[in-house]
Design a protein around this ligand. Sequence first.
Ligand SMILES: *[C@@H]1O[C@H](CO)[C@@H](O)[C@H](O)[C@H]1NC(C)=O
Ligand SMILES: *[C@@H]1O[C@H](CO)[C@@H](O)[C@H](O)[C@H]1NC(C)=O
Ligand SMILES: *[C@@H]1O[C@H](CO)[C@@H](O)[C@H](O)[C@H]1NC(C)=O
Length: 323
Amino acid sequence: MPTRGLPLRLLLFSGLGLFLVYFFYLYNREAHTSAIQPEHSEPKHSTSKNNIHFEEKELVIASVIGDNTSWVNEYFSDWKTNLYVANNPNATLTVPHNKGREAMVYLTYLIDRYESLPDIAVFIHSLRYQWHNEDPMYDGVPVLRSLQLPQVKKRGYVSLRCTWSLGCPSELHPLSPSSNTDDRSQSEAAYASVFRLLFPNTPVPEVVGAHCSSQFAVSRERVLERPKSDYERIRSWLVDTDLVDQISGRVIEYMWHIIMQMPAVDCQPAGECFCETFGLCNLTCTESGCDKRYILPQYSSIPEGWPEVGPGENGWPELGWYD
Ligand SMILES: *[C@@H]1O[C@H](CO)[C@@H](O)[C@H](O)[C@H]1NC(C)=O
Ligand SMILES: *[C@@H]1O[C@H](CO)[C@@H](O)[C@H](O)[C@H]1NC(C)=O
Ligand SMILES: *[C@@H]1O[C@H](CO)[C@@H](O)[C@H](O)[C@H]1NC(C)=O
């Protein structure tokens, strides 16, 4: 299948491993600065770009000690923020067990806030620039700024990505898993048995496809379609599992859309997704991507100092390439 605007060779070279490398990086690098002080801003009455009033919108941020999250309050002071520091037991918000990467943070929020959820909750990783942000320069600010809150309300659940690399149209075949030993294959092999445990009344899907990489927005109503006990069961599994973090976290990464009641393959055509989710309605698109929106990079770690340092080198896109 042609992937215009997204050279196949890039896909082949970077492949699935790269975002696992990224997660490894995110969760294993040494703490190099003192613990972040979680900051909380009171929810303010605010009006989205679409003149629809959402009194309650919250960011749920999965971080580790040393992550610079000051961009969140700098740009999104009108959101209530929930900054979890997964590896700091002293943080205002943390997790009962630092296992399963961002999944433990998100589940902990869903459980602890089940009775007091905001209209819309957006679940994100902590750093402003990350390769899996759906932005030409991997900047999380425009992604959140352009997120169409009424669409979140309407659809119930949206991924913060639209491009199909990685995860769509078919990421996992749980009933006929590959016997390879890479992380993707290992999570594919684990998926069916985990699924039966977590969703005992639902048949295991033959194909699972969803946008990577565990950043999404969900409405209160959608979360409440499941009883709290479902989220508790999923978190207990994550606490108890013998799977290593990069596999358990990845299994849940490709379950969020199902947890949030979307079909097992939740791969909107990219152009429709950009228009509905981000209000970008005049793009030139194939089914799997749109021109000048996103380049899958060869490396998972954004250069230090990006975007002042790095663009145009080592395969990273040039500044302004999308103009
Ligand atoms: C964190 O990022 C902000 C920009 O968003 C910058 O001004 C600040 O110096 C950074 N802090 C640290 C500790 O690097
Ligand atoms: C948490 O607090 C304890 C007691 O003050 C301290 O010994 C420990 O180093 C702290 N841990 C972190 C990660 O800040
Ligand atoms: C949409 O794109 C076309 C062709 O690229 C351009 O001529 C037109 O002005 C654009 N419309 C808007 C509203 O941006």
